[in-house]
Design a protein around this ligand. Structure first.
Ligand code: GTP
Ligand code: SPV
Ligand code: MN
Length: 645
């Protein structure tokens, strides 16, 4: 750590001096529209990138421009600047770790202010009933998008530096990768994007071979009344808006510095714009983890799993299996890009380079692998801090000394009897994937890894069994379409309502969900489709406690899934799909008291109600034109099977 700070000192004065120079001092060679480039050079930019920056400069009027090279030196400089501004605090207990505290009004994704812009509304969202508010995405017209930009962006970067972040989703140069250029006025975004993506000069260089990139413009905003509530975390919550225009591969985000709102490679690019590119090119961009599972015989398979935000992807992707002989390796924890290869094998890459994981609940008992990954080169956001220079959150009760004082995520002294959480429920760690001790050896393989199964799941406190298998691909797509889950702190939703969240993609669809379903159904014609399963770690008993221990014990469910992929007859048919036979699930040495018939029960009343809910959802959210008939048929067939229970 000390060496770290000393190094910065030597760079800062040079940087500051450059800022104070006028363009003429530079002989006008390194400027864009009269605004000086203090880092990097315009010579590195292909004309398309340069004109994108020019437009942004004219609109936002930054003081200067910094073209990110992704170097260690640059990173130290920015961390130093962030520290001076009070945006981040050092965490001396660890190696190069930092704590950011946001404006308390900027703590999660804002789904209600996230829009897809197309000429025709029906290209973006299903044509829902007029009296209902569609919840499968928000549409905005091109005129309204332009207006939204014109009302927010002019001069919004006055007094600030404009950073230009060249980044690659996927390994630089891989045929499956795509490039983005994010322009932002947040140094926090730059340092986070450096962890979450492959960022910097090599990406600019690779643009010379293929000039295609997704344009991303981001500003933390400058409030209309000129009052910045929190100098260390400027934002504009009143006017926050996140806009996507798939036809131009364009993302424009204003007003928030947080996670998916500002790290535009993640949800905005890899999922919303990504899903539209994937539709066009015949592949899938999904909200899924990717993991390798090696069984006791040494046979390895890869699976993906789609659970809604804060429903267990990171935990499953890094799990420590309790079943002896099993080995888990992590390819990715949030996003999968999947494509059939020339042999018809579905292959997946993780387009990201790091983990932006939920902190609360992460501990040595739940996710020891995450705990081994996150205390080096990590930026924490909205966690609590400890008097010995470390971090704290709910779930870490057994991992700190008794006499340690805790400061909550708001920077106030925390008292454990206060009834308030020390860390924000959506607090996160931002950690390089390479820190993960079980990162898969093929995680950067440009070909991707072959996928044998796809899991869907969510938080279902009642009625939904621990695991079931789809009868076939179409049934599996139907199961994905019917997904529901308890709301979490990852977005602005309040309370624990059970929300529809098809494919865990509801907040992330880049185009009409009905068309998305047709696309999924069509995959069967493109290659060898994997088996589909639904899992639920979150069923609760009459005592209100989880019926299943979860975490590492989920390896027992993975074991059943792997045996099903191998064709073992360890299942029986049920009204909703295939469930394990009485002895199908390996429960050897399980210490948790599990009532196996309860956890696999399929209560008729519950499922009748569930089907009604799904019928109503489809009916209100989309017209008959949008909903593929196969899904409708599946719903009727399920209804008949449940009636017969
Ligand atoms: P995003 O990053 O928002 O997409 O979330 P995620 O799907 O990666 O969720 P994550 O793995 O971070 O888990 C979120 C919360 O669910 C944490 O508080 C976990 O402790 C909890 N959780 C994860 N797996 C299990 C499980 O098997 N059982 C129980 N009871 N809780 C779990
Ligand atoms: C999610 O909400 O699903 C996340 C975190 O993975 S964010 O980057 O904020 O979208
Ligand atoms: Mn996610």
């Amino acid at each position: 750590m000390p060496e770290f700070h000393e190094n910065i000192q030597t760079f800062v004065p040079i940087y500051e001096k450059k800022r104070n120079q006028s363009p003429t001092d530079f002989g006008l060679t390194n400027h864009i529209r009269g605004v000086i480039v203090t880092n990097g050079t315009t010579n590195d930019l292909i004309p398309e990138v340069k004109s994108f920056i020019e437009e942004a400069v004219l609109l936002c009027q930054p003081d200067d421009i910094h073209i990110c090279d992704g170097s260690e030196r640059e990173n130290r400089l920015l961390l130093k600047k962030l520290q001076e501004n009070g945006t981040i605090l050092p965490l001396p207990k660890y190696e190069n770790c930092w704590l950011a505290r946001t404006n308390p009004r900027d703590v999660a994704r804002v789904e209600s202010k996230t829009f897809i812009c197309t000429e025709r509304k029906e290209d973006a969202v299903p044509t829902h009933k007029l009296f209902e508010t569609g919840n499968l995405g928000n549409w905005i017209s091109p005129d309204d998008m332009n207006m939204a930009i014109r009302l927010r962006f002019p001069n919004c970067m006055k007094g600030r530096t404009m950073y230009v972040i060249p980044y690659s989703m996927g390994p630089v140069g891989s045929p499956l990768s795509k490039i983005g250029i994010e322009i932002t006025d947040s140094a926090y975004v730059v340092t986070s994007m450096r962890i979450m993506t492959r960022m910097g000069k090599p990406v600019l260089d690779s643009l010379r071979n293929n000039s295609e990139f997704v344009k991303c413009l981001h500003s933390v905003g400058s409030p209309a009344n000129g009052v910045i509530e929190m100098e260390s975390w400027p934002c504009d919550p009143e006017r926050t808006i996140i806009l996507h225009k798939p036809s131009e591969n364009l993302i424009v985000s204003y007003g928030s510095g947080y996670g998916g709102n500002s790290l535009l490679g993640k949800k905005c690019f890899a999922l919303r714009i990504g899903s539209t590119i994937a539709k066009r090119e015949g592949w899938l961009a999904e909200h899924m983890l990717i993991m390798g599972i090696t069984n006791p015989k040494g046979e390895k398979k890869y699976i993906t799993a789609a659970f809604p935000s804060a429903c267990g992807k990171t935990n499953l992707a890094m799990m420590t299996p309790t079943l002896p002989g099993y080995k888990i390796e992590c390819v990715g924890d949030d996003i999968a890009w999947m494509k059939f290869d020339s042999e018809g094998v579905l292959r997946a890459i993780n387009p990201e380079n790091g983990f932006f994981g939920v902190a609360p609940g992460t501990s040595n008992s739940t996710n020891p692998i995450a705990m081994q990954s996150i205390f080096k080169n990590t930026i924490f956001t909205n966690v609590a801090s400890t008097s010995d220079g470390g971090v704290y959150w709910e779930g870490m009760e057994n991992e700190i000394d008794e006499n340690i004082d805790i400061t909550d995520w708001l920077g106030k002294k925390w008292n454990k009897n206060s009834g308030k959480p020390a860390a924000h429920p959506n607090s996160r760690f931002c950690t390089p994937a390479s820190n993960c001790p079980i990162i898969d050896s093929a995680w950067e393989d440009p070909k991707g890894v072959p996928i044998s199964a796809i899991l869907f799941g969510g938080r279902r406190p009642a009625g939904v069994p621990l695991v079931y298998e789809a009868n076939n691909w179409t049934h599996g797509v139907f199961i994905g379409a019917c997904m529901r889950s308890e709301a979490t702190a990852a977005a602005e939703h309040q309370g624990k309502v059970i929300m529809h969240d098809p494919f865990a993609m509801r907040p992330f669809f880049g185009y009409n969900f009905g068309h998305y379903l047709s696309h999924w159904l069509s995959m069967e014609k493109r290659g060898k489709v994997p088996k589909i399963f639904h899992v639920n770690w979150f069923r609760k008993g009459s005592d209100g406690k989880f019926m299943w221990p979860g975490y590492g014990e989920n390896s027992r469910v993975l074991d059943w899934i792997v045996r099903r992929i191998d064709g073992e007859e360890c299942y029986r048919d049920s009204a909703i799909g295939r469930i394990p036979t009485i002895n199908g699930l390996n429960l050897n040495n399980l210490e948790y008291n599990v009532n196996i018939s309860e956890i696999f029960s399929i209560p008729k009343d519950f499922w009748i109600e569930e089907i009604k809910n799904i019928q109503k959802y489809f009916h209100n959210q989309m017209s008959a034109d949008d909903l593929p008939y196969e899904i409708f048929d599946q719903l009727n067939a399920l209804s008949r099977r449940v009636e017969a229970l």
